[in-house]
Write a protein that binds this ligand. Structure first.
Ligand code: SF4
Length: 224
């Protein structure tokens, strides 16, 4: 049984959620957890040539700084302690944001986590949500159960390709309607994909909102 809670203040909500990410790149806040917990990603990391074998979230500030690891741990603890309270707290913190990114690090841990995030999406209709994931089966399961006719208008789930320079797979793009890809340093970006402009604009999104746009089927990023 989930707890129904309402949070009058953001401070009270943060006592449940612990923290959100506020990266210099993004136009809004994000939530992420340790990439060491990725389920499909852990399998892919053992396979040479996959994006996960050279995961950016396992390098640099995402993994080298104890404070980041501790923050990721506390976020997951907050989620696991009381999912109902966590959903209510996240709604309190996200409501009013133009856009929100899920999983700047890490990935969905279960179908329940996706159900909970979609509950937050439903409760924050003025906020655009972007969920990046490799957990295809979680997505298929929850979409069939909750949204067989299509996801809500304010959420884009981008199923991430496993290998750099892969051509757009129509099957993969058909799961949610949106995918993300990467291209390597010595290859051209995938034809037809929106090429992330962040590297040419100081590492920031600026005015670009392609990742949150359903009409942009594929976004491709230069590999880190
Ligand atoms: S494609 Fe646009 S919205 Fe997505 S990360 Fe790059 S700059 Fe940001």
């Amino acid at each position: 049984m989930q707890t129904v809670q309402f949070f009058k203040t953001k401070k009270a909500a943060l006592s449940i959620v612990s923290s959100l990410s506020n990266t210099s790149k993004m136009p809004g806040l994000s939530w992420g957890i340790s990439a060491k917990l990725c389920k499909t990603g852990a399998k892919l990391a053992k396979m040479e040539g996959t994006v996960c074998a050279d995961c950016y979230a396992m390098k640099g500030s995402y993994s080298m700084y104890p404070a980041v690891a501790a923050a990721h741990g506390k976020r997951l603890e907050g989620y696991n302690a009381d999912r109902g309270a966590w959903v209510a707290a996240m709604v309190r913190l996200i409501d009013g944001q133009e856009c929100f990114r899920w999983f700047d690090s890490g990935d969905l841990q279960s179908p329940d986590m996706l159900r909970d995030i979609l509950e937050i999406v439903r409760a924050t209709p003025a906020t655009k949500h972007w969920i990046a994931t490799r957990e295809v089966m979680f997505v298929k399961t929850v979409m069939a159960e909750l949204y067989p006719a299509g996801l809500p208008a304010n959420v884009v789930i981008r199923v991430s390709d496993s290998k750099p320079d892969a051509k757009l797979s129509i099957d993969r793009a058909g799961i949610t309607g949106n995918v993300s890809q990467v291209y390597s340093k010595h290859a051209a970006p995938q034809a037809g994909a929106h090429v992330c402009p962040a590297p040419t604009q100081g590492g920031a999104c600026g005015d670009c909102r392609a990742c949150w746009s359903k009409s942009v089927v594929s976004v491709t990023y230069k590999i880190h």
